[in-house]
Design a protein around this ligand. Structure first.
Ligand SMILES: Cc1ncc(COP(=O)(O)O)c(C=O)c1O
Length: 371
């Protein structure tokens, strides 16, 4: 099996699985005052430390959540609602993950004005375009670090400079679910106020995430109850997932970005009429290719039959079968959108020539059939 769908989810690492099993044995509730509780609390501390070290921040600013979706919802809804008096304008981009776009739609219904900045054809947000939309009453911007469909890196620190220049006070939230551990993300250096991360994209297990919240950033909690996570996110913590998260962060080895380049070049030179989506500043972890005239889902299943696992657009968009909003806003044609597959990589090596050869054969077969 060649698994090239790591932007959807990754295989849990051996270290993450071991840590999770151990945490199941040490089954205490971190809020309990006895030794079992303290052991569980220690697991939370270790993971908080591992995440904060990666981001070069203080561990007290890391809060656990149920994943990237909850982190994004908490940051956006929680911040806008807590800071409504400061201004009514919010800004984001048209290529964000649905877990960012949907909270903004909710906020529009609550009376906020939201601007969605469009990307360039190469998948990057132009800082100048962003700057033109920032207003004096902008209180929050949310821009992703790495796009999940194209792998394109967005100019986060330049965006913060624009916010500083044009507003008296505006927070920056970064959805770093696809960038955490993979590209340098340092909130203090870049002036980021909130960062969302998720465990299952870096060989942890699903249903675990975290939100970095900078000092003095005021957020209204979404989940209320027993006051865990310093009242910020109630509910007994997912100790098993958090244990695996810590192990995943500590053992993340990094991905060889040359693989994407080699695969891309070989696809271009071996298969006619292909379009590479996301030619902007690419992280090197995602390769999005269109085969116009082919239905991506058919190609996906024919590759699957040969043991190669890819995705059409993002996993989330396969829940709602709609054309990719990311490729649409980048100006791709309908044929390019319907024929786009995403290959996303992890640290494990794979046979690039086999993937290219199989792609070439399957694309040729489908094209013959379509004609
Ligand atoms: C950019 C981005 N943000 C947020 C999420 C949601 O993360 P989770 O699956 O942990 O809820 C994803 C998942 O694909 C993502 O790619």
């Amino acid at each position: 099996m060649i698994y090239l769908d790591n932007a959807s989810t990754t295989k849990p690492s051996e270290e993450a699985k071991k840590a999770a099993l151990l945490a199941m044995e040490n089954f205490g509730n971190p809020s309990s005052l006895h030794r079992l509780g303290m052991d569980a609390e220690k697991i939370l501390k270790n993971t908080r430390d591992a995440i904060s070290q990666k981001l070069s921040v203080d561990a007290k600013n890391i809060f656990f959540t149920s994943g990237g979706t909850e982190s994004n919802n908490t940051a956006i809804l929680g911040y806008a609602r807590a800071n409504k008096k400061r201004g009514n304008h919010l800004i984001t981009t048209a290529i964000e993950h649905p877990s960012v776009l949907e909270p903004f739609k909710i906020l529009e219904k609550e009376g906020f004005e939201v601007t969605y900045v469009m990307p360039k054809k190469d998948g990057e947000i132009l800082v100048e375009d962003f700057k033109n939309e920032v207003r004096e009453d902008t209180i929050l911007a949310s821009v992703m670090a790495v796009n999940n469909e194209t792998g394109v890196i967005q100019p986060i620190s330049e965006i913060k400079s624009v916010l500083k220049e044009k507003t008296k006070f505006s927070a920056l939230h970064v959805d770093a679910v696809q960038g955490f551990c993979k590209i340098p993300i340092f909130p203090k250096k870049y002036g980021i106020d909130m960062i969302s991360v998720s465990a299952h994209k870096i060989h942890g297990i699903k249903g675990t995430g975290a939100l970095y919240v900078g000092d003095g950033v005021n957020i209204k909690p979404l989940i209320n109850g027993g006051g865990q996570e310093k009242m910020f996110r109630s509910g007994t913590e997912n100790v098993v997932g958090i244990a695996a998260f810590g192990a995943a962060v500590s053992n993340f080895k990094g991905i060889d970005t040359k693989k994407r380049e080699e695969l891309k070049e070989k696809i271009i030179s071996n298969i006619p009429s292909v379009v590479i989506n996301g030619s902007g500043n690419n992280s090197g972890y995602v390769l999005n290719v269109s085969f116009p005239g082919i239905k991506a889902e058919i190609l996906l299943h024919s590759l699957e039959a040969k043991g190669i696992y890819v995705s059409t657009g993002s996993a989330c968009s396969s829940n709602k079968p709609m054309p990719s909003h990311v490729l649409t806003s980048m100006g791709a044609t309908k044929e390019e959108i319907l024929g786009a597959i995403r290959m996303s990589f992890c640290e494990e090596d794979f046979d690039i020539d086999f993937v290219v050869e199989t792609l070439k054969n399957e694309v040729e077969n489908i094209r013959k059939y379509v004609r």
